[in-house]
Design a protein around this ligand. Structure first.
Ligand code: ZN
Length: 307
């Protein structure tokens, strides 16, 4: 899956909503306290599990699912959760965020922030009546989901606070790890935010370990996430996730945890010019996260003639 930048206007509108929340909290220092966010917005949070749905049994007539508010009968909420394997949803008439407790605990924070954004973005509040099987089609709402994810990132990383943090030191995997310590978000979301914030060509790859792939590994789509900075997208449009994964396979170590070998690699941009990048793969015991950072143009030094 590739990251996709929002158009400027949607990003600005969502940033304005996030700024309002952060102002309401007195522009706090990281990490963001989601309890305070819920208190400010008068939101309630409950957990549900696919085996115990008591949290959603009470009467609910509206829900925000995949970014669209839908009118539902109570049982339909339970059906929708099962049918679309929802990890979280927002119930506007209860001002309640529901989070699936069966997903990994580390992901709860992201799910909650995602639903907070649904609750504050005005155009995610359009009430849709009628044919819920049609209106609930998640693929129709990829755009709204993208917006909620953008807002979740901006909220959990405190907008400008993170922008400054990311620019304050050299781009390396240590920056990603420091972000995790300071902002208390998952390492994957830290890698994602670092790449999207950078104004230079940069790439983030989240994949399986090339030397220990399992039966779920798909050679045609080897990366779970392929995150490109704007500049990378512009200059290296033809560089594919296979290219990135092949480079990692060619040299990374057989270690199962921690750094798997930093290396300088030359990549050729779409205009045929060479640039030097540093590849830094790190295995967190679960997945391989790789930071690809720009170093410099790879110019051949031609001796000055007549010297
Ligand atoms: Zn959503």
């Amino acid at each position: 899956m590739r990251n996709k930048f929002l158009d400027g206007r949607s990003a600005r509108d969502i940033d304005a909503q996030v700024a309002k929340i952060l102002r309401g909290l007195g522009n706090p220092e990281p990490p963001l306290d989601l309890d305070a966010v819920r208190e400010l917005l008068r939101l309630d949070r409950q957990y549900y599990s696919s085996t115990d749905d008591s949290a959603i049994r009470e009467f609910v007539s509206r829900a925000v699912i995949a970014g669209k508010q839908v009118a539902l009968r109570p049982m339909l909420v339970i059906d929708a959760i099962r049918k679309w394997d929802l990890k979280a949803l927002y119930l506007p008439d209860r001002k309640r965020i529901l989070i699936d407790e069966s997903q990994h605990r580390l992901k709860w924070r992201w799910s909650e922030a995602h639903e907070v954004i649904h609750s504050v973005v005005p155009w995610h509040q359009t009430l849709m009546h009628g044919d819920t099987t049609h209106t609930l089609n998640p693929t129709c709402h990829a755009e709204l989901e993208g917006e909620a994810n953008y807002g979740a990132g901006r909220l959990l990383f405190l907008q400008g606070v993170f922008d400054e943090f990311a620019r304050s030191s050299a781009v390396s995997f240590k920056l990603v790890q420091d972000a995790q310590k300071q902002f208390k978000n998952t390492i994957t979301s830290c890698l994602w935010r670092v790449i999207e914030t950078l104004e230079v060509p940069a790439l983030g790859i989240v994949s399986q370990h090339p030397h220990y792939t399992d039966e779920e590994f798909d050679r045609t789509a080897p990366c779970r996430y392929f995150i490109r900075s704007r500049k990378f997208e512009e200059m290296f449009a033809s560089f594919s996730e296979q290219d990135g994964f092949d480079i990692l396979s060619s040299y990374c170590s057989w270690g199962k945890r921690g750094p798997l070998g930093k290396r300088e690699i030359v990549l050729t941009d779409d205009r045929g010019e060479e640039h030097l990048f540093s590849f830094e793969p790190f295995h967190n015991g679960h997945e391989l996260l790789t930071l690809v950072a720009y170093l410099k143009p790879n110019k051949v030094i031609v001796p000055v003639s007549g010297a």
